[in-house]
Design a protein around this ligand. Structure first.
Ligand SMILES: Nc1ncnc2c1ncn2[C@@H]1O[C@H](COP(=O)(O)OP(=O)(O)OP(=O)(O)O)[C@@H](O)[C@H]1O
Ligand SMILES: Nc1ncnc2c1ncn2[C@@H]1O[C@H](COP(=O)(O)OP(=O)(O)OP(=O)(O)O)[C@@H](O)[C@H]1O
Ligand SMILES: [Mg+2]
Ligand SMILES: [Mg+2]
Lengths: 227, 227
């Protein structure tokens, strides 16, 4: 389970502090499917970065599977980020000078997987998002939606049990967006935890629970009616 | 008017050519409001880059207000890109080490506008997209949707008469997205030409005409029914 307790995040800048998260209490259990929505600037990506152990809260605690994240060693944190959590970034964060294949292999390299198996796993992840015919392209030789799909393929290649997807369909046409949601839905069906930021209500309907953020606070938190 | 005649775009890579646009004939008249839709990878951004004089067709001609773009001088092209066309990029293309204000001032600097007037114009454009309180932030100190709005503010600061918007609301919640569409609708109402790539049907409905791309070709081209 992911458990945030009184989590605040303040960005300190010269002359002004920005309070991005104001006081978040949140529990997400294993195998939940949660959508996070809210206005631009309301703190969604900041919340995701803390859940993904990519950023640290200014105050409050984050318990991941019972362990207080601030007390974990660097190695333990690296292991979590690499193997347990798959993060799909809102702005993709691809290596510009590496090919699509190399970008997707990156989490496998960190794991020490041998070159042959790495290639097979990466190719499978790439094929699943429909980019098998673009493997040698670099990010700037791909369309916006293709880059988004590379970010997705990379996040999923290590079979993480928690998937944090920040606007995974923002650059995709409806059909391709639905194909991506089908991948996430399947991953949920086999037991993984899915946390998804989206601004599209149709996409949010794939989840079981919708959390609305506003000004760094949780405004509402409802289960999605079963159909 | 923007007139593409038998335009092809082929990206040449070692070992494979990618045909991004296969044979485009297209006329967009002054003050039209056009939405371009289509699957990921179908050639929308490539088409926008050619219309915006940011890229060159492999074959075929592009006439902009009667002039063949391939015959224009570098100075004439620079003037078009800076003053006549405002381009909102799908991946924002902001200067990472400059503040929001500096990013939006950039087109005004190229025009040789003095510092005081530049600042006023840039601040007005920034206020219009709701980021008045974020002016000193750099792009990595902004949310995804805020970065998108900086790209919009920058594209509009020179009052261009042709606006090319590539997924301008892809990272915005519905309400902020509608505020942006209201800006574009107002610009259309005062005589400007708006060409918008979007994957969201609701956003496309703001336009008068919807063009569907598929595999680098125009699949359909219809006027939007008046309501
Ligand atoms: N520099 C490049 N070199 C090689 N191929 C490229 C390059 N840029 C784009 N492509 C390819 O050209 C095709 C069209 O790309 P384009 O960016 O126009 O698509 P798009 O319709 O904007 O897609 P999206 O909706 O995903 O943004 C894609 O299949 C892409 O892989
Ligand atoms: N490094 C930073 N320094 C200062 N302020 C920041 C930084 N990163 C984010 N912010 C601010 O914190 C607030 C929350 O940002 P966040 O990225 O979490 O928003 P968001 O909900 O993801 O927005 P969007 O929907 O636009 O992606 C924003 O107002 C933003 O300007
Ligand atoms: Mg965000
Ligand atoms: Mg594109």
């Amino acid at each position: 389970a992911l458990h945030l307790n009184q989590v605040k995040k303040i960005y300190t800048m010269t002359g002004e502090d920005v309070c991005a998260l104001s006081s978040i209490d949140l529990v997400i259990n294993e195998n939940e499917y949660v959508a996070i929505m809210g206005p631009s600037g309301s703190g969604k990506s900041t919340l995701m970065n803390i859940l993904g152990c990519l950023d640290v809260a200014t105050s409050g605690d984050y318990f991941l599977a019972g362990a207080n994240v601030s007390e974990l060693s660097d190695d333990a944190l690296a292991e979590i980020r690499n193997r347990r959590i798959g993060f799909i970034f809102q702005t993709f964060n691809l290596l510009p000078r590496s090919s699509l294949l190399q970008n997707v292999e990156l989490p496998l390299i960190y794991r020490g997987i041998n070159a042959r198996e790495r290639r097979q796993l990466a190719e499978a992840s790439i094929a699943r998002v429909g980019l098998g015919d673009r493997m040698k392209h670099k990010p700037n030789e791909l369309s916006g939606g293709q880059r988004q799909r590379v970010a997705i393929a990379r996040a999923l290649v290590n079979n993480p049990s928690v998937i944090l997807a920040d606007e995974p369909t923002g650059n995709l046409d409806s059909k391709t967006g639905q194909e991506i949601m089908e991948i996430l839905n399947q991953l949920h069906a086999v037991g993984n935890t899915i946390i998804l930021v989206t601004h599209e209500h149709e996409i949010a309907q794939n989840a079981e629970r919708i959390i609305q953020l506003k000004d760094g606070m949780i405004e509402s938190d409802h289960t999605v009616p079963m159909l």
